[in-house]
Design a binder for this molecule. Sequence first.
Ligand SMILES: [Zn+2]
Length: 493
Amino acid sequence: MQSTWLPKALCDEMEKLIRRFIWGSSTEKNGIHLVKWEELQRTVDNGGLGLKSLCQHNQAFLMKIGFQTNPEKFWVQVLRSKYGWEDPLPLSIKRTSASRLWRGLNEVWDMVKDSICWNNRDGRSTDFWYDNWLDGKGQLVYACTANANPSPVSVSAMVDEAGDWDWCRLSSWLPKDTLERIAAVMPPRLGLGDDRSGWRWEDNRKFTTRSAYAALSVEPVANDSLYWRQIWKLPVPQRIRVFVWLVFHRRLLTNDERARRHLTSSDRCSICNNGTETMDHVLRLCPSVRQVWESVIALEKLSLFVSLPFDNWLLQCLNMSMALEKLHRSTWSCPEWGWLKVNCDGAVNSHDKAAAIGGVVRDSTGTWQFGFSRSIGRCSIIMAELWAVLDSLRHSWDLGYRCLRLETDNLEATEIINSTSSAFEDSLLLHDIKGFMSRDWRVQLRHIPRSENSVADKLARMSMGAPIGETLFARPPLKVIPLLEKDLINIVP
Ligand SMILES: [Zn+2]
């Protein structure tokens, strides 16, 4: 499956076996398929079980091989010489007779080509209009407003003498939202070596089968992802989570549902014999269940509890479990004497990707030293988090702070910066962050829970949707004062 193209009929047959297994079918009996196969194949955030479409999974594996055709590898050299492949990214690799592997590659080659995205270093070999390089959203030629077919030009040619993007020229060709996406990318610089090819569907430009699969299977964006995720985090045995998941799909096999499927002639509740056995009846209204609720819900709230519309009631039950979790959240703490603490955060609007960052510096008594808030354009959350770290380091260095505890609530950003491995290694942003961290000062970067980072989060959100630009705060802005006070309340003097 990882190196051979599988025919669709074969994939369909295997998926049928998986379906039968999930719903307990065997040679003797047929299980009841409560949730559609298409829904089971959705991601967990989207209400599914994250089961893969075998056909698309097969393609994703082949894309991995296609993407990794790095000419330094021996097997790639063999393939290249066998099939006379010279161009790094040929338009077509179709051959009349070829091995299974090659035929598989040919099936996904168009998708592989479309999935390459360039990481700018010196920006000389990447074409500004016709190569994918900007946040994986496709070629810029489609966004050009001035000319249908602009002539090819390198990305490095779009940088002015001061090293910033040449906004004068760019703004005459591109719409505002594209300019804002460019603003969030660091301009290429001479002397940093050749541009490097990367994987378009991951922010760090590294290939993952997961992202290749996601690119192939376009799913509608779920508005209710929060509660689907919450279900699988409930601190209960797995079979109860599965039960709750079925409840949220409205797919419990009650007598009402069984009668609808002609599995029984009566839709009555067999325990109380007092009404149709719907999900609402089973979970909330049946007298035998009422006894359970009466023992956990205060008497004065009980009538509201049973009278809420069923959908609202379900969500409220789930929210109660979330609220219990919140009670155990941790709180901000002051750094030791002689140290300063910087909290930083990035925020991105999930609709239009408008991104902003913020940061705050406090001393060992929790007193405000400095803060900033900046609208950076449009980018992914991980890029925004990295910008927040970089700006925090830059400001702190310029202000002469030399013992710094830097905190962010983004685990991925912390891991990327602290690790020596490859993720984001081609990013100029990471290059500059590591440059700052290796200077002659003491900086410790740490990941903290979001509940400890509320001030930085607020500062970032203050610039959300504002024109690109930065605001510096020598004194705390009014909007964050309640949050600062809240952080201090929790500290024992
Ligand atoms: Zn009943």
